[in-house]
Design a protein around this ligand. Sequence first.
Ligand code: F6P
Length: 323
Amino acid sequence: INNIAVFTSGGDAPGMNAAIRAVVRASIFYKKNIFGIYRGYEGMIDNDIVELDARSVGNIIQRGGTILKSARSEEFRTAEGRKQAYENIKSRGIDALVAIGGDGTFTGLHAFYKEFGLPVICVPGTIDNDLPGTDYTIGYDTATNTVVDAVDKIRDTALSHNRLFFIEVMGRDSGAIAINSGIAGGAAAIIIPEEEMTIDELVAKLDKGGESKKSSSLVIVAEGGKSGSAMDIAAEVTKRFPYYDTKVTILGHLQRGGAPTYFDRVLASKMGVYAVEGLLDGKTDVMVGIKDNLTVFNDFETIMSNGHEIDTDALRISKILSI
Ligand code: F6P
């Protein structure tokens, strides 16, 4: 391997810049040329590729977003799109890829590897923390801290008016942000995609809180929950309890921005270096992860067939504490 290329793909996540920096500097450390591909697979197809050096990633470790920009590419899902991408990669002499992104990114990378045999490695970057094979994904810690900060602020106003707030957080298929921000923010209930909570169950829980004279309540709703959006759930609950003064806040994309926490910066720095070292060590079609403080490389099948693990103990703790 002489020429490595790095790119970010899918939803951006705080800490992606720290990962780019680590991949670039580790490549240079090991005397390899390093390229950056803009806008993920889109840029690969459009030949939007530049050579990077140690200085091109200066002053970015503290910045949210991704300097290489990101995209969700429809064209890369087609064989023609991937062939065009490969032609561009080949014409630059690029002989290995580091992709920073989530499950969709890894899926594209795997297809590319299968077709063209180029050594590839995925670095898990997504706020959702929904990839097995690593305890944490890059961006999750920052996003969860952002949510907790917002929940604390909402609590101030909820308490002042004795209101019931439904706060919708991200995580299409994953309740990780909801569970842990719910515990840290003292939520009265947490609704996640992985576990059904009916409106009746929720109402019973809130009712109990009312009986024990709770003056306000916060319910965290993960966007992919089975009982609908925070808006839908709030409407249903209001039907049953017209005397509740309910409000809804959708935190949305503010969860994806901001300076990465120290945790995400260190995680991204480690994973970026491990990814380059993994490639140079002959690993391919794997995702780098850190589990129980150990570096692990899991292949595509292992990552995709296991589905993401839900932190059942955290969920249990949240139920004990939200009385
Ligand atoms: O996968 C990360 C994520 O932020 C999810 O939590 C969310 O559902 C999705 O991306 C939103 O995607 P987009 O920014 O494309 O709307």
